[in-house]
Every structure is written in structure tokens, then in C-alpha cells.
Design a protein around this ligand. Structure first.
Ligand code: LMR
Length: 342
């Protein structure tokens, strides 16, 4: 009897052992999804502008697509209006992976790469499409790729639009009208030299502090697309708006290599889908949001508006040609000539 029992127990152990080894070597469907599945995580996106802007619309679309396609295993948190990081600290916090995506105005990156002066080049791009075509092309991608030395990936360009000038002193219609003005810029030597050549002083102030700086007279004026001028209510603290389009606000969508290299294939596919959808929305909405913002400025503020004539713009182009020529050489003639063709 004892012998029969031993044989029975032995058979039972063999059957159980076979079943267990089978589970480990051939994972069930659920196990396979888990191994190659989406990683659970929270992605933070930080930017410095208000919600009714191309940049925020693009971020919202990224959130929508990434959360939907990951069944909310990947959560996306957006921090607008410098609520998480501002101009002074967003880049270093991206490098430290304290935030996973930022979209700084490109001239704020000139400390890392001289090519990001391009949006500041006077009268270089005719419109959003020309700028987009340049940054999607080989030379634009070459400049974006240069941030890898900071362990930052320059993914693509999001536009805002042409910059127009507000100030508190007087109407501006010719280069000499800038004489003696103190203008806030986004930073970098090109913009400093541009305004110096017009006889104006300049200082770089974080976007989150700009309204107060204008209100207190720390600076007399600033330049931005209509969507930023309207969404930040600059017309409340500025008396004159000059429609000039001297240069642009364009953004670099950035992530860091620590975050990006930590994504498995499925997670990376979903995040990339969000990036592509966000880029499309930011680009498709920029002109419309700026047009709507201009109408609101005209209808809801008493700022005095003057739109430069073609002749007046030609006078600015001629005046700023030496600055353009100097910085074409500094940035790289091949790069600027590629941009000029767009
Ligand atoms: C600025 O003037 O700093 C703005 O261009 C900021 C932005 O991100 O649009």
C-alpha cells in the first residue's frame, strides 16, 4: 500500500513540475502584454505661455493622444504660465529629467547653440510655412540635433508667428523712432545688437515677469506675436502697438535622453504619436489663434495701433542689413541660405 502511495505522489509531483515549468517558458497572453506592454508613468510638460496659444493647444493634443492610446497607463500633466518652471530654469530641469517636455522660444537656447538665433533674424521668413519648411529640412534638423551635447533631443519646431512691437513712449514708424527705448528681449547677442543698431537699449526678462516689468516701466516695450500680447493682456500696460513682423517666435519641442532612452518600443510608439499629433495641432492653429488675438486686441483694448507700410518696412530691412549680414556669417551661411530659399 505504501508503495502505491509513493508512486502516486511521485506522479503528482512530476505533473505539477511540468505544469509550472510550462508557465515560466511560455508566458500567457497577459504575461506577453505585460512584458512588451506600455510602461506606467507620468509625463510632465512645462511651458511659460497662457492656455489660448499654439504651444498650449499642441501640449493638450499630446496629452489627449498619449493618455488615450495608453489607456491612461501613461498620464500627462501640463504646467502652463511658468507654473512649474520658467525661462530661468526649465532647460536645466529638462536635462535633469524633472520635466519630460518643454517648448522654449528658440532664442532662449542660444547659450547652447548659436543656430537658435534664427527666429531672431530680421525679415528672414515670410510666414509660418517657410519657417516650418526650414526646420523640417536638413539644415533645421542639423541645428536641432546639436542639443544632444546637453543630453537633450530637439524633436521638431512648433510655430507661434511674426513678432510685433508694443511700447509706452510713442508710435513707431521708422528706425529712428526706437532711439532711447528700453526693449525687453528673449535674450542673446543678436537681438541685443539688433535693437542697439536702432538706438534702443535691451534687457532679457523672463516671460513670466514681463507684464510687471512693463507695468512698472522697467522696460518701455517688448515684441511678441498677437497670441502672447493678447493672452497676457500686455495692452493693459502698453499704449502703442506697431505691426512690423521684424522677426519671429518659433519653439523647439525638446525632451531629454534619460527619459527617451528609458521608453520601451510600445511606450515610445505612443509618445511619438502624441508628439506628431501635437505638432500638427500647434502648426494648424498658430495662424488662426494669432488672427483671433489681433481682433480681440483691436476690439477689447484702447492700445493705439499702427501697421507699417511696405515702404516703412523696407526702411527697417535696409537699416538692419548689416546686423543680418554679420549674423548670417556667425550662424553659418549654408544654414541661412537654406532658410532664405524656404
Ligand atoms: C517670450 O517673449 O518670452 C515668449 O515668446 C515666450 C513664448 O514661449 O512664447
Amino acid at each position: 500500500m505504501l508503495r502505491v502511495k509513493s508512486i502516486f505522489v511521485l506522479c503528482l509531483l512530476i505533473i505539477v513540475g511540468t505544469l509550472l515549468s510550462g508557465c515560466q517558458s511560455h508566458p500567457t497572453h497577459a504575461d506577453a502584454t505585460q512584458v512588451n506592454g506600455v510602461q506606467a508613468m507620468t509625463i510632465k510638460i512645462s511651458h511659460v505661455v497662457a492656455e489660448n496659444t499654439p504651444k498650449h493647444k499642441g501640449a493638450l493634443k499630446m496629452k489627449e493622444v498619449i493618455e488615450e492610446q495608453s489607456n491612461r497607463k501613461i498620464r500627462v500633466e501640463i504646467f502652463p504660465n511658468s507654473s512649474l518652471f520658467g525661462d530661468k530654469d526649465e532647460y536645466q530641469n529638462l536635462i535633469a529629467n524633472n520635466v519630460q517636455f518643454i517648448m522654449p522660444e528658440m532664442t532662449k537656447l542660444v547659450g547652447s547653440e548659436v543656430g537658435f538665433n534664427i527666429p531672431g533674424m530680421p525679415f528672414l521668413f515670410e510666414n509660418d510655412e517657410a519657417a516650418e519648411n526650414f526646420w523640417d529640412g536638413p539644415k533645421g534638423k542639423e541645428v536641432l540635433a546639436r542639443l544632444q551635447k546637453d543630453k537633450v533631443l530637439g524633436l521638431t519646431m512648433w510655430p507661434n508667428g511674426a513678432k510685433h512691437v508694443t511700447n509706452n513712449n510713442h508710435t513707431i514708424s521708422s528706425p529712428s523712432d526706437f532711439a532711447g527705448l528700453k526693449v525687453r528681449t528673449t535674450g542673446g547677442q543678436l537681438l541685443e545688437e539688433l535693437y542697439k543698431s536702432l538706438g534702443a537699449g535691451s534687457s532679457s526678462i523672463p516671460f513670466g515677469e514681463l507684464y510687471t516689468a512693463l507695468q512698472q516701466g522697467t522696460v518701455d516695450g517688448q515684441d511678441n506675436p498677437y497670441s502672447n500680447i493678447e493672452s497676457k493682456k500686455f495692452a493693459e500696460v502698453q499704449e502703442y502697438l506697431t505691426i512690423i513682423g521684424m522677426n519671429r517666435v518659433d519653439y523647439a519641442l525638446l525632451t531629454n535622453t534619460t527619459f527617451w532612452d528609458g521608453l520601451n518600443d510600445e511606450s515610445k510608439r505612443i509618445v511619438q504619436a502624441g508628439i506628431d499629433a501635437g505638432t500638427e495641432i500647434a502648426r494648424d492653429s498658430a495662424e488662426k489663434l494669432n488672427d483671433e488675438a489681433y481682433v480681440k486686441i483691436q476690439n477689447e483694448s484702447d492700445i493705439e495701433i499702427n501697421e507699417l507700410t511696405d515702404e516703412e518696412i523696407e526702411a527697417f530691412k535696409e537699416h538692419l542689413q548689416p546686423v543680418y549680414d554679420k549674423w548670417k556669417e556667425i550662424i553659418g551661411e549654408d544654414i541661412i541660405e537654406d532658410a532664405e530659399k524656404r
